[in-house]
Design a protein around this ligand. Structure first.
Ligand SMILES: NC(=O)c1ccc[n+]([C@@H]2O[C@H](COP(=O)([O-])OP(=O)(O)OC[C@H]3O[C@@H](n4cnc5c(N)ncnc54)[C@H](O)[C@@H]3O)[C@@H](O)[C@H]2O)c1
Length: 253
């Protein structure tokens, strides 16, 4: 397939649902070979089947992003199947159900931080190892959140984890810019995915989120995938350490 990402190889985590699946389908349409990673293996397989049925190239990996060996296996799969790694999308994440500080016990804190923040750190580190082994150059896109830019959205652990992702993105961008590696983050607002289906099903929460979003609606995973595509392509060639809000204006207020 030809397209914006022709000849590129991308590892995408959280590829079995929501934004990760939307990005996997879009990147494959744009010519990338995709390694679809999810800890729910069947969903990653389904994403791969969809890519194959649209004529693209992809392979599924069942992996937990909070474990180094799993993240490493995902990158090694990219190299074994497609010869290299060009793009790492650290997107897998879990929500904390808006739990405030006093309802956040240590186990809950550890779970959210391990997946949302440590998982992104491991993904960045393993991708950079591979980029440097290839001679430098490479692109990382991390999924943060509007909850990474201020309080209120999300709960204590989620908001802390996403602020961590924003800081990590800026720091690693500075550390590896001279080796041609760009690192950016997307900050979605309220997006219609598996993560938010319960929030959308609750009439009061649904109404509050729509009313507090200037554009007055939830975003679609495909709209986040387009932002990821921009950050993963040469169109953003001079952009690094940036956090791109895609939130219907939610944080513009
Ligand atoms: N939906 C929103 O409104 C919203 C807003 C801001 C940020 N985000 C972030 O966007 C990202 C994608 O979320 P989504 O909304 O598409 O949710 P989703 O639940 O639809 O998809 C997330 C996927 O990540 C996978 N996953 C979770 N933990 C994993 C782990 N440890 N290892 C591997 N895979 C794992 C899940 O199985 C799932 O397939 C997350 O980082 C989330 O925090 C979502």
């Amino acid at each position: 397939m030809t397209g914006t990402l022709s000849e590129k190889v991308a590892v995408i985590t959280g590829a079995g649902s929501g934004m990760g699946r939307a990005a996997s389908l879009l990147f494959a349409q744009e010519g990338a070979k995709v390694v679809a990673v999810d800890y729910v293996g069947e969903t990653a397989e389904e994403t791969v089947q969809r890519i194959h049925s649209q004529g693209g190239g992809a392979v599924a990996v069942t992996a937990d992003v909070s474990h180094w060996e799993d993240v490493s296996r995902a990158v090694e799969t990219a190299v074994q199947h497609f010869g290299r790694l060009d793009i790492m999308i650290n997107n897998a994440g879990v929500f904390d159900g808006f739990k405030p500080c006093l309802e956040t016990d240590e186990a809950w804190w550890d779970r959210i931080i391990n997946i949302n923040l440590k998982g992104v750190f491991l993904g960045c580190k393993r991708a950079i190892q591979q980029f440097l082994a290839q001679g430098g150059g490479g692109i990382i896109v991390n999924t943060a959140s509007v909850a990474g830019l201020g309080g209120m959205a999300g709960g204590t652990a989620y908001t802390a984890s996403k602020h961590g992702v924003v800081g990590l993105t800026k720091q690693i961008a500075c550390e590896y810019a001279s080796q041609g590696i760009r690192v950016n983050a997307v900050c979605p607002g309220g997006i219609e995915t598996g993560m938010t289906k319960d929030l959308m099903a609750d009439p009061q929460t649904n109404q509050v989120i729509q009313q507090t979003t200037p554009m007055g609606r939830w975003g679609k995973p495909e709209e986040i995938a387009q932002a990821m595509l921009y950050l993963a392509s040469d169109a953003s060639g001079y952009v690094t350490g940036e956090t791109l809000r895609v939130d219907g204006g939610w944080r513009a207020k």
